[in-house]
Design a protein around this ligand. Structure first.
Ligand code: ADP
Length: 544
């Protein structure tokens, strides 16, 4: 018997996705909110043509395979075209989070050796501040037409995207190369130390994107209209710009308007069926629906992750708004989705809605291609018993092996240490209890800030909650709770604390509650606990 299979060996490349989509689902619509306001609409076929024009235009600027191109941009159609043109040409699409500190943006653009930066007009002030400090960048391209491209002080030449691609040929043969070639680069947010780069291969992205489409993940098909709220500058919008085109679905890109009313209006107008975003986005959207007594006409599923989706919000989506929640876990280093919550046929038939919501509040099972385990301080694997908690380790076909330009591999025995504290149940369902840096250590025991936040958000008057550990001379750390009330609600500290006392262990009840108008939220929609710690870290200086 022959030992080698006799199948074609064709590389998994991102250009294959846009070619497939244009050829098979060319009429599928792409709708995009322009940065200056109006909606733009075209087909996947037209998108593919413009991606080829851009590929030619970039080559005309002297960029070659291996060149890195940065983007500082919203989710819109030009950014999408760049995703395919840059990676498809064998260049690296480096998506930058515009909410990074300018010094960090300068750092990552120089570290990545970006030769061109494409940006949305709303980020012109950022470009003004960083341009002089990015010596390798030869081209600054505004994702707009001439009329909507601003002049930027200190940048001699700003190209506008439309004029750049207008004369370029529509004919471009996507090059073929090794599927392990770098396609995209995304830096971690760098809350500690300098940001670190995850350099994704074509292979990793394609495999992840296919996985997202399966019914047990997001269930994407030509019947869906997908609105990724998760930004294209954050882990490739969880690979949805690729998965949607693989699936032949309609893609709706929200541009800069991510508030509840704008999202609702867009979802209704474009008959969106599936969306994806971090929990804070859903808080804003649901608050809008609640306030105005609205309903979704077409929305069926929402993917969420990035931080824990509160149980109360899952229940609300499910019971009140009839939207299925797909709660996943992943990080910059895992390309996108690594685990996802699923309900089996038996759970659907036999469990109460409450039981199902509680399951979805956990982070789910590893998807095919990914393995997970939890380990103790010595690195020993802990049992999958639902209670033994330790650091979550992950490995698989789209997990980072080494950081871009990093010296030592972060892997431990071939597994990537996530810095998350988790438990895994016997059936494989994983639950994140905390991040190593957020867990509250009190009197030698651990309190899960995620569990406490979940409990607090269960109070009907609470819109958002965050818990940090505050230094305490007797107990080492004690929890401090921050609450944002729902509009018009007058919840008091005592009410909150007695509500929690009925739901969590006595020693978990926070020592104090601080009411805020809003929580500090970072560029990827996560609560910035570091900011809260900086401001409130010294509250419990006297033992109580
Ligand atoms: P950062 O938050 O530092 O910018 P990432 O965006 O890569 O980095 O976020 C990855 C982290 O987000 C994970 O390590 C984990 O702590 C958290 N996270 C992601 N998804 C979930 C989830 N569903 N529930 C709880 N935490 C999550």
């Amino acid at each position: 018997m022959l030992k080698t299979g006799l199948m074609m060996d064709m590389p998994l490349l991102l250009s294959g996705i846009i070619e497939h989509a244009a050829a098979q689902y060319g009429d599928a619509e792409i709708v995009s909110r322009e940065t200056h306001g109006p909606l733009f609409r075209y087909t996947t076929r037209e998108c593919a043509v413009r991606a080829k024009k851009l590929a030619n235009a970039l080559a005309g600027l002297g960029l070659t395979p291996g060149s890195a191109v940065a983007s500082i941009a919203w989710n819109n159609h030009r950014h999408l075209e760049a995703y395919y043109a840059v990676s498809g040409s064998g260049m690296v699409m480096h998506t930058c989070n515009p909410r990074l500190h300018p010094q960090q943006l300068i750092y990552i653009i120089n570290h990545a050796e970006d030769e061109a930066v494409i940006f949305d007009a709303s980020f012109a002030p950022i470009i003004k501040g960083i341009a002089a400090h990015c010596p390798k960048v030869r081209h600054w391209v505004c994702l707009a037409d001439a009329a909507n491209t601003p002049a930027i002080e200190g940048v001699a030449k700003i190209l506008n995207y439309e004029d750049l691609i207008a004369p370029a040929s529509e004919v471009f043969d996507w090059p073929s190369f090794d599927e392990r070639t770098a396609a995209a680069l995304c830096y971690t947010s760098g809350t500690t130390g300098n940001p670190k780069g995850a350099l994704y291969s074509h292979r990793a992205i394609v495999l992840n994107a296919i996985t997202i489409c399966i019914p047990g993940a997001l269930g994407l098909s030509p019947q869906e209209a997908i609105l990724p709220v998760v930004p294209m500058f954050h882990i490739n919008a969880w690979c949805l710009p690729y998965a949607t085109l693989i699936a032949g679905a309609k893609l709706v890109l929200p541009g800069p308007k991510l508030d509840g009313p704008s999202l609702y209006e867009l979802m209704e107008a474009e008959k969106v069926t599936v969306s994806a975003g971090v929990p804070t986005i859903w808080q804003g959207l649901i608050a809008h629906l609640d306030q105005h007594g609205l309903k979704f006409s077409t929305m069926r599923r929402t993917a969420t992750g990035g931080s824990a989706m509160p149980l109360a919000l899952i229940a609300k989506f499910n019971d009140q708004y009839k939207v299925d929640v797909r709660h996943g876990w992943g990080m910059t280093e895992t390309t996108a989705v690594a685990t996802m919550g699923v309900i089996t046929a038996q759970q659907q038939a036999e469990w109460t809605p409450e039981q199902r919501h509680a399951l979805i509040a956990k982070q789910g099972k590893s998807v095919f291609g990914i393995e997970i385990k939890v380990v103790d301080d010595t690195g020993a694997t802990l049992p999958r018993d639902g209670t033994s908690q330790g650091e979550l380790m992950v490995r698989g076909q789209w997990i980072l092996e080494r950081y871009f330009k990093g010296d030592a591999s972060p892997l431990v025995d071939g597994w990537f240490p996530t810095g998350d504290i988790a438990v895994i149940a016997p059936d494989g369902v994983m639950q994140i209890r905390d991040r190593t840096k957020d867990v509250i250590k009190t009197g030698g025991e651990w309190i899960s800030s995620i569990d406490l936040e979940n409990a607090a958000v269960g109070h009907p008057g609470v819109q958002m909650a965050a818990v940090i550990g505050v230094k305490h001379p007797k107990w080492d750390e004690r929890p401090l709770l921050f609450i944002v009330r729902k509009p018009g609600q007058e919840v008091s500290k005592d009410e909150i604390l007695s509500f929690l006392a009925e739901r969590v262990a006595k020693w978990w009840v926070p020592d104090d509650v601080v009411f805020l108008d809003a929580l500090p939220v970072g560029g990827t929609g996560k609560v910035q606990k570091g900011d809260l710690r900086k401001q409130y870290g010294g509250v419990f200086e006297t033992p109580n």
